[in-house]
Design a protein around this ligand. Structure first.
Ligand SMILES: Cc1ncc(C[n+]2csc(CCOP(=O)(O)OP(=O)(O)O)c2C)c(N)n1
Ligand SMILES: [Mg+2]
Length: 626
């Protein structure tokens, strides 16, 4: 047997460089590079390996470990999960900084490969700098915190253990049903230890991504149910986009007349003006989608996890006869809401259904009904894009300007605050990869870091990062990385001086916006009440902050200036930040939907008691769907 004597870290880098995926006959590398921040826990191991063979794996420097996981996730999402980036860190805080990123990737079902350093396997220098000591356990380190947020976790305690660990990790990363964060914790001494690895371990390897189909009887059962439906609705989730099922979806709509609503991850499945495109569904949905959902007798869900936003906390589907057919590559999701499971690839399964549904379509009357709703909804979007609110514009107008001045193939990126809901309702998506909102974990701080991953994933598109002031303050530092990598972003920093979305939620629950506005403490209050509203502004200048990080900065005081800045930004060759102040109280309403957030059962404030009543009202509309 031929062998190659390498350190464990050198072997890992060489292995990763040889991994490929193939789907539909198209083959390419799977791990395209490695982000890393070095410390004593990885510098001499993975760091040495990357430095020794830079041709194997491109190294990218980042500023924050959480951010680099978001970048890898953004990259993977842009590539429909067929490629990703690895992330190497030191031990201790460098490692645990990645945990939020790991959770975000796993919740969103996006492949990321995390390589945190770990304490000495030899335990000779214990406790080493940054080592957690657990009196009752010798084999625990801070990296155990990765276990619940990883789809695969392994700790490589001997150099040869890398072989099964790396193979298992690749299986999970490339599994369309199981993918998420894969964490290989690498003890700092083992990274540097040599082993005679079999050469086959480094041979080019192709992981074939198939298009599995549900079995015939399952397809027949589903076909029968669909043919009997009068008011069917398709919910398009992220799986439609990842499996590249959008073309067959369009054919199915044209042939059958079934309308489509989109989840956050599924938005972009259809151009906004496509026949039957009802837009976002659920708590952040359109009235067009929500009215059709309320009366649907059949929901055909494709590639969705059915989050509470999608189901409006299980109040979206009020027809007592409603049934569910769930097309999903994951068994877990295929069985949700008591649905008929069609476990399989979205595209292949839709193609099989297309065949079986030949000659069948919904009644014309139903088509006319949703056409009208679609037109009415478009009128509502136009209204919100052109509110003319003053003195400060409304966020919906900012969104309208960005939509208008971005090209159809450009990508809008967002994750937390009021922006994802507004985008889900209002963004007119024109390209299947044009809408990128991380709303599985809704991580404040994802926006700029994730946007960088989107840009690295497809440098031919302009990337518009929509970020609130709160998210910006959590994680703006990857602006520096974007400049360093010449990966230009156009960041629209929408400043409403605080956590406006949570302020609105708070007011709706009777707690007056407590703790959600940036103001000096007044009379002991951090609320959003009159005294606080009129309080003195903090001496904070986020535009200047962005300038300090190296961005080209524009300050827009109104929509006209914003439009000018967006035009000028197109000519910039490095990351641009456009700072725009908006009216924090001029939000987009919700449209005939509900989101379950618990309210105190007993409270002093009458507002809370009122909110509790409304809450119980909402709860009464919840359905089990068994
Ligand atoms: C890391 C993280 N912490 C807390 C939250 C809860 N949260 C959701 S939105 C939000 C406020 C966001 O503020 P900003 O980015 O300014 O957006 P705005 O609500 O003002 O639109 C908070 C605190 C979160 N989603 N992520
Ligand atoms: Mg804000």
């Amino acid at each position: 047997m031929q062998t190659l004597k390498l350190t464990m870290a050198q072997a890992l880098v060489r292995f990763l460089a040889s991994q490929h995926v193939e789907r539909d006959g198209i083959e390419h590398r799977f791990v395209e590079g490695c982000f890393g921040i070095f410390g004593h826990g990885n510098l001499t191991g993975v760091g040495q390996a990357l430095a020794q063979n830079p041709e194997l794996l491109t190294y990218y420097q980042a500023r924050n470990e959480q951010a680099m996981v978001h970048t890898a996730a953004g990259f993977a999402k842009m590539r429909n999960r067929l490629a990703t980036l690895a992330c190497t860190t030191s031990i201790g805080p460098g490692a645990t900084n990645m945990i939020t990123g790991a959770a975000a990737a796993t919740v969103n079902r996006l492949p990321v490969l995390l390589l945190p350093g770990d304490i000495f396997a030899s335990r000779r220098p214990d406790p080493v700098l940054q080592q957690l000591e657990t009196p009752s356990r010798g084999d625990v380190s801070v990296n155990d915190a990765f276990i619940p947020v990883s789809r695969y976790f392994d700790r490589v305690e001997r150099a040869e253990q890398l072989i099964p660990a790396a193979m298992a990790g690749m299986r999970v990363l490339t599994s369309q049903a199981e993918t998420g964060a894969v964490t290989l914790a690498l003890p700092q001494d083992v990274q540097t230890e040599a082993f005679a690895y079999p050469s086959e371990f480094f041979a080019k390897r192709v992981w074939y991504i198939g298009r599995p189909l549900p079995d015939g009887p399952a397809l027949n059962r589903a076909t029968e149910i669909i043919r009997a439906a009068r008011r069917p609705l398709i919910i398009a989730g992220g799986g439609v986009i990842y499996s590249e099922a959008t073309e067959v979806l369009q054919r199915v709509i044209k042939r059958t007349g079934i309308p489509v609503a989109e989840t956050q991850a599924g938005k972009g499945s259809l151009p906004f003006d496509h026949l039957g495109a009802l837009g976002g569904i659920g708590a952040t949905g359109t009235f067009a989608a929500n009215r059709i959902a309320a009366r649907a007798d059949l929901v055909i869900a494709i590639g969705t996890r059915y989050s509470d936003f999608t189901t409006a906390s299980r109040t979206a589907f009020q027809n007592p006869e409603v049934r569910f057919v769930n097309i999903n590559v994951s068994e877990l999701d295929a069985h949700k809401l008591g649905g008929v499971p069609l476990q399989g690839d979205a595209r292949a399964t839709l193609e099989a259904l297309e065949q079986r549904l030949q000659g069948w379509s919904v009644a014309e009357e139903y088509g006319r009904e949703y056409d009208q709703l679609q037109a009415d909804w478009d009128t509502e979007v136009t209204r919100l894009y052109n509110l003319g609110h003053s003195p400060l514009p409304a966020q919906s107008e900012v969104l309208g300007a960005v939509n208008d001045l971005s090209a159809p193939r450009d990508v809008v990126v967002s994750a937390a605050g009021s922006m994802p809901g507004d985008l889900h309702k209002l963004w007119r998506t024109r390209d299947v990869k044009g809408y990128h909102v991380e709303y599985g974990y809704s991580t404040m701080g994802y926006e700029i870091a994730g946007g960088l991953g989107v840009k690295l994933g497809d440098p031919t598109r302009e990337v518009y990062v929509m970020v609130g002031d709160g998210s910006y303050l959590m994680m703006a530092q990857e602006i520096v990385t974007s400049i360093q990598e010449r990966a230009k972003l156009t960041v629209v920093l929408v400043d409403n001086e605080g956590f406006a979305s949570i302020g609105g939620l708070s007011r709706s629950k009777g707690t007056a916006g407590f703790g959600t506005r940036y103001r000096y403490r007044s009379q002991g209050s951090l609320g959003d009440d009159e005294a606080h509203r009129n309080g003195v502004r903090l001496p904070v200048d986020l535009a200047m902050n962005a300038q300090g990080l190296g961005a080209e900065v524009f300050r827009a005081r109104n929509i006209e200036e914003l439009r000018d800045a967006l035009v000028a930004a197109k000519k910039a060759d490095r990351t641009v930040v456009i700072h725009v102040l908006v009216d924090r109280y001029e939000g987009v309403p919700d449209y005939e939907s509900w989101w379950e957030v618990p309210v105190a059962e007993v409270a002093d404030a009458p507002g809370v008691r009122k909110a509790r009543e409304a809450h119980e009202h909402g709860q009464a509309r919840r359905r089990w769907h068994l």
